[in-house]
Write a protein that binds this ligand. Structure first.
Ligand SMILES: Nc1ncnc2c1ncn2[C@@H]1O[C@H](COP(=O)(O)OP(=O)(O)OP(=O)(O)O)[C@@H](O)[C@H]1O
Ligand SMILES: [Mg+2]
Length: 397
């Protein structure tokens, strides 16, 4: 059974709801503006028809004496301040144009050329409107959508982009506050555990001292064993108290630290696991670490490796130097491997495939390496049934 904390599935539902809303608002505004655009287009067309009619009256010489009418038509022609239009007279000449940005410094011929080109472009969008000028003669008015209408076409896309940007921002804000909250819980829990363990620990230490002082009554070898366990408890307490506060980093000889600690671990794990440590680092290579926490990382990864091998196999640690003064510690096992699908999850808190696993070991290790040591921890390679290599990268500077 795979376990995972509820907050993650809830978070996914929230994400889906937000995405659906976004989609709804997006398509809604798209449909709405689409309707608006087609309505406006009809209105603009009607307007151009009127405009064309006005031109017809104006150029039809039989109306010239009708002064009032002339006034009305020129009013209509002047009133068009938004729709680009070109009037081609019956003899094929460009006789009038409105609302077209003609490039400056052009010869009249170039301008004519430019306007002709415009009529071709306009024709692609709208069929020209016929202007009847009596005597069976016909002119044509070419036109385009007004600037307003063109802007409106982009509106839903602009809106969608803004909405998407806003939701990304909201998501980032939300997840960072969630992370901050997790951090507080995590650090608080660690501090509290260390604090609580403190009292029984010092009392146990006192008991050990007492037993030592009376070797007749208390068997010395038993006292030794108890003392070892108390020391182990002390290490655990010290680890918890270190992650509860900002740990201090010290220059340490990584080769030495890893070797010493794996010696200690080797004594505590199954003899059927063959442990080896190799290093391509120069002897005495110093790296800034917090020894106590770094050992915890190694322990977590090695314990997982032993679990993955069911207590039988090979566990190799290898240290190499990387460019930019970085140091890598590769921990390779011959265990069951990690499938591509679970690769993403192994560092998530609560993810465990073990009966008695909390799924915290790797989360903690990653935190210690990345947040306290400014390093990286990742699965370097893994093959199901063959084994896995975890890599810790430490900043050598
Ligand atoms: N070397 C490995 N080979 C194969 N699977 C691994 C290896 N290391 C980790 N895993 C997988 O990643 C999961 C998470 O590991 P993690 O150490 O975070 O938790 P855990 O070991 O299950 O529990 P605990 O909190 O006790 O450490 C494991 O349950 C296991 O499925
Ligand atoms: Mg573990």
């Amino acid at each position: 059974m795979l376990k995972s904390f509820d907050i993650y599935s809830q978070n996914n539902i929230l994400k889906i709801i937000v995405a659906l809303n976004l989609l709804l608002v997006g398509t809604g505004s798209l449909l709405y503006t689409d309707r608006l655009i087609s309505k406006l287009e009809i209105r603009e067309q009607q307007y151009v028809q009127l405009y064309a009619k006005a031109i017809g009256y104006l150029v039809d010489t039989s109306h010239v004496d009708a002064g009032d009418l002339n006034f009305v038509t020129s009013e209509i022609l002047e009133a068009n301040k938004t729709i680009p239009a070109i009037y081609i007279s019956p003899d094929g000449q460009i006789a009038m144009q409105r609302n077209i940005d003609i490039p400056v410094n052009q010869t009249p011929e170039e301008t004519r050329q430019f306007l002709r080109q415009k009529t071709y472009e306009m024709r692609k969008n709208h069929m020209p409107i016929v202007v009847e000028i009596g005597k069976g003669e016909r002119g044509l008015v070419y036109y385009n959508n007004s600037r307003l209408l063109r802007q409106l076409t982009y509106f839903p896309y602009a809106l969608l982009t803004i909405l998407a940007a806003l939701s990304v921002l909201a998501y980032l804000a939300f997840s960072s506050s969630r992370r901050a909250e997790q951090n507080r819980v995590w650090v608080g829990l660690a501090k509290e555990t260390a604090h609580q363990l403190g009292t029984p620990m010092s009392s146990l230490m006192a008991w050990v001292e007492y037993m030592r002082s009376d070797p007749e009554q208390f068997d010395g070898s038993i006292t030794d064993e108890i003392e070892k366990d108390v020391q182990r408890l002390e290490t655990i307490t010290a680890r918890f108290s270190s992650i509860g506060s900002v740990p201090t980093l010290k220059e340490e000889d990584v080769n030495e630290v890893v070797r010493q600690f794996t010696d200690y671990l080797a004594r505590r794990i199954s003899t059927k696991v063959k442990m080896s440590v190799t290093s391509q680092l120069p002897p005495g290579h110093m790296v800034k670490i917090n020894k106590l926490l770094f050992e915890w990382v190694i322990e977590n990864i090695c314990k997982n490796a032993v679990d993955a091998m069911k207590g039988v196999g090979e566990l190799r640690l290898n240290m190499v130097s990387l460019p930019h003064q970085e140091v890598a510690i590769d921990i390779t096992d011959t265990g069951k491997g990690i499938s591509k699908a679970t690769m993403q999850k192994v560092f998530s808190p609560g993810f465990s495939t073990k009966k008695r696993g909390w799924g915290l070991g790797l989360t903690l290790a990653k935190r210690i390496v990345e947040e306290y040591h400014n390093g990286r921890l990742f699965v370097k390679s893994s093959e199901v049934g063959k084994g896995t290599t975890f890599r810790i990268v430490l900043n050598g500077k």
